[in-house]
Design a protein around this ligand. Sequence first.
Ligand SMILES: Cc1cc2nc3c(=O)[nH]c(=O)nc-3n(C[C@H](O)[C@H](O)[C@H](O)COP(=O)(O)O)c2cc1C
Length: 199
Amino acid sequence: MTLETNPIIDLIRARRSVRKFKPTPVPDDHVLMVLDAARLAPTSGNQQPWKFLVIRDRQAIEQLKLASIVKTVQYYKDNFELTPEQLAEHTANLEDYTEGFLSAPVFIVVLVDSLSKYPDYNKHDGPLAAQNLMLAARALGYGTVYGTDAVSMDAVRQIFAIPENYKINCFIPVGVPEEWPDMPEKQPLESFIVYEKFS
Ligand SMILES: Cc1cc2nc3c(=O)[nH]c(=O)nc-3n(C[C@H](O)[C@H](O)[C@H](O)COP(=O)(O)O)c2cc1C
C-alpha cells in the first residue's frame, strides 16, 4: 500500500529512537521550541499537569549513569543465575548502552503533577507531551528516545530533587545522533485496522 504524504507525516516517519549522540550542543532556544511544542499537546480538561525538567549538568548525569548501572547489575544478580563470564558480558553491554543513552548534551524529564485537577488522566497527558516534544526535536534535526527503564528513576528523583507529587513519565535525551538508525521492523498498517466491528 502506498500512501500520499506531506511534511508532517514525513516528519513522523523520520523520527527514530536514538541511543548514541554527538557532543554538538543543543542551544537553549531549540530546547524552548521543543518544550513549547510539548506544552501545546492536548490534555484532559486542558489541565496541563506537566513540569519539564531540563538537565545539562554533566556531573549529575555521571552520577545517574553510575547509579543506573549499579542498580541493573544488582537486578541481574538477583534475578538470573549468570556465570561470572555472562555477568561480565551483560555488564559491558549495559555500560555501553547507558553510556550511549546518556551521551546527549541535554535531557528532558517529563513529569506530571499528582495534585493536578484530573490526576487519573495524567497517564494520558504525559505521553502526549512527550510525543510532541520528540517530533519537534526531530524537526530541528535532533534524535530522542522515550526512556523508561534506561536509567534508574529512583536515582533521577533523588539526584534532581523531584518532589513526591511529580510522577516521572519519561526521561528523554535530546541531541544530534551519532547516526540515524534505520526504521526498526514495523508491522503492516493493514494488520492494525478493524473496520466497523470485530468479526
Ligand atoms: C513506553 C515506551 C517505553 C520505552 N522505554 C525505553 C527505554 O527504557 N529504553 C530505550 O532505549 N528505549 C525505550 N523506548 C523506545 C522503544 O524501544 C522504541 O520506540 C521502539 O524500539 C521503536 O523504535 P522507533 O522509536 O525508532 O520507532 C520506549 C518506548 C516506549 C513507547
